[in-house]
Write a protein of this length. Structure first.
Length: 113
């Protein structure tokens, strides 16, 4: 949380009005609920923290920050495109891109080409 807040503050110091999208991790079956190290977070925990950071920024008046849930880009339905259970394969890249464009258009209210 604090690192994400610091990053947003740093970006906002240089670009106070630019639309900013904070995107959480995409689906990765072994990492959803398991920690990879003793100090790491699960992907589920990361998504909650990032959504909370965006909510806090919006509560303090930043209307140009948006949260994009990585599961909306590449979730369990796209599991077949993750041969290593982490990275989308060549067939999965355009699927994720299409989902990204659709979600970004929804967030910022403009058509993305």
């Amino acid at each position: 949380g604090p690192c994400a807040i610091g990053l947003v503050q740093l970006i906002r110091e240089k670009h106070p009005e630019i639309p900013l999208v904070v995107m959480s991790p995409i689906y990765s079956p072994p990492r959803e609920t398991a920690r990879m190290t003793d100090l790491s977070l699960t992907l589920e925990e990361m998504r909650v923290i990032l959504a909370d950071v965006v909510d806090a920024c919006r509560q303090y008046g930043d209307r140009n920050i948006h949260y994009m849930d990585g599961l909306a880009l590449f979730g369990p339905a796209e599991r077949a495109y993750l041969p290593d259970q982490l990275h989308p394969n060549d067939a999965g890249q355009p699927v994720m891109a299409a989902h990204f464009i659709r979600n970004l258009t929804s967030l910022v209210g403009e058509t993305i080409r």
